[in-house]
Design a protein around this ligand. Structure first.
Ligand SMILES: NC(=O)c1ccc[n+]([C@@H]2O[C@H](COP(=O)([O-])OP(=O)(O)OC[C@H]3O[C@@H](n4cnc5c(N)ncnc54)[C@H](O)[C@@H]3O)[C@@H](O)[C@H]2O)c1
Length: 414
């Protein structure tokens, strides 16, 4: 790190997220975060990443080589979920501040191993639960903390969308992605516990695979398939979301292959500390209707957070409606948000600046490994609950004894 507080960063996995982090964080810090090296096994992905970033970080094919040859100030791990443990182990040899993409890993064992691994690490590790940093979520948190809806009682979180971009990647198998409750819902669950200031304790889940999977060969891709009537046909390089300018599809694996073992329609009921309870549900085969909506109910009112809007008004991309009945106060207040054409509800630049401050030692990570672990245990519990047809007590049935202190400390005092 030099006097002007320029920091040199290495990225492990220069794919969709890796290349976005490079460009977005570079801009968000006026070039103070400089991405000088990447570990990327695929030459083609490396070239795409350089074209996106507009610069050519030095390419390595192993973390060890990168560490031997570069003077770095921090590392971001953005490889596929199933390589996080392996990559993290190698990166920890550096002793540098790290940012780890969510989810921590794919399986229960590997997620637990990550938590054990980082216990003795001296440098900070931030998990990229990017939604927490989004202005719309920060505003909701500020409203809740100011007492706008009274004491928090319950929540109802929903997200529905077409699964094209998710079931055509490594995320289509449990071994590759961990399942959607780990891979995707970890964001929503993290936000739920963060906003409500409550930690999960008991979980009941129903998890089903109702559309994807089938008997197609594992190596079939859309580009090689002659079924042109397939509703989940995707084209590599195509934009997966017309409303956001920078989401491209980089995989076209068949979502009806025999290896697909991830649930596509799931629901869970969660009992938390502080008497709070809530539900979370998602479905990944709802086409032409992307919705991500959160309702949080307090003793004095409700917050309705529309991360996505059905009617697409000209003046905002997302909205919070605060509705309550308190004499002397308006019955309804609205707060509107423009995402400036960015994914993740414009949380990326804020997450990037936060990581920059973490690297400089000016602050600690807001989104910790302990919180991510706890949110991911809810996904593990929901799947177990569904398979065993019973309510799961996280402390008694899921969390290993040696990790109970981390679990009990999560989502406290926030
Ligand atoms: N925070 C978020 O909102 C968010 C959003 C999307 C993805 N993600 C996470 O980011 C990570 C990457 O996802 P993506 O969509 O960019 O996937 P991707 O497939 O586009 O990119 C992953 C890259 O890692 C490379 N890679 C593969 N094996 C590797 C290894 N062993 N070591 C290093 N690199 C390796 C691949 O060649 C590829 O270029 C995942 O963990 C995913 O869950 C997070």
């Amino acid at each position: 790190m030099n006097a002007a507080s320029m920091v040199n960063i290495g990225i492990v996995g220069f794919g969709e997220m890796g290349k976005r982090h490079a460009l977005e964080y570079h801009h968000a810090t006026q070039g103070k975060m400089k991405f000088v090296a990447v570990v990327e096994p695929e030459e083609e992905r490396y070239r795409e990443g350089c074209a996106w970033y507009g610069q050519s970080p030095v390419r390595y094919t192993s973390v060890n080589d990168m560490l031997l040859n570069e003077q770095l100030d921090a590392i971001i791990i953005a490889s596929p979920n199933c390589f996080h443990l392996e990559n993290l182990k190698d990166c920890m040899a550096s002793g540098l501040p790290l940012m780890l993409e969510k989810p921590l890993e794919t399986s229960f064992e590997k997620i637990c191993d990550i938590v054990r691994l980082v216990r003795s690490y001296q440098a900070p590790i931030m998990v990229d639960h990017v939604m927490r940093y989004a202005p719309i979520i920060q505003k909701a948190k500020q409203l809740i903390d100011s007492g706008a809806i009274g004491k928090i009682c319950s929540f109802n979180f929903v997200q529905y969308h077409g699964g094209g971009a998710l079931f055509t990647t490594y995320r289509r198998t449990l071994a590759g992605g961990g399942g959607q409750l780990i891979e995707k819902a970890t964001h929503d669950l993290d936000v739920a516990f963060y906003l409500c200031g409550a930690a999960p304790r008991k979980v009941t889940g129903v998890c089903r695979r109702q559309k994807f999977g089938g008997d197609k060969p594992e190596d079939l891709t859309c580009s090689k398939c002659d079924d042109f009537s397939c509703a989940n046909r995707v084209v590599v390089g195509e934009n997966s979301n017309g409303n956001v300018k920078d989401v491209g599809l980089s995989h076209d694996l068949c979502s009806f292959a025999d290896v697909v073992d991830v649930y596509d329609n799931e629901m869970c009921l969660i009992e938390c500390t502080n008497g709070v309870f809530g539900s979370y549900s998602h479905c990944f085969f709802v086409n032409n209707h992307f919705s991500r909506r959160y309702e949080i109910i307090g003793t004095k009112g409700i917050l309705y957070i529309e991360l996505t809007m059905r009617e697409k008004p000209a003046d905002c991309d997302g909205r919070i409606t605060l509705a309550r009945h308190i004499p002397g106060l308006p019955n309804k207040e609205e707060y509107k948000f423009n995402y400036e054409g960015k994914i993740h509800y414009n949380g990326g630049p804020f997450a990037g600046r936060h990581f920059y401050e973490v690297i400089l030692g000016k602050t600690k990570p807001l989104t910790t490994v302990g919180d991510a672990f706890t949110a991911e245990m809810v996904g593990i519990a929901a799947m177990k609950s569904s398979e065993q047809d019973r309510k799961i007590d996280l402390e008694r049935d899921i969390v290993p004894e040696d990790l109970l202190p981390v679990f009990k400390d999560a989502y406290r005092n926030i």
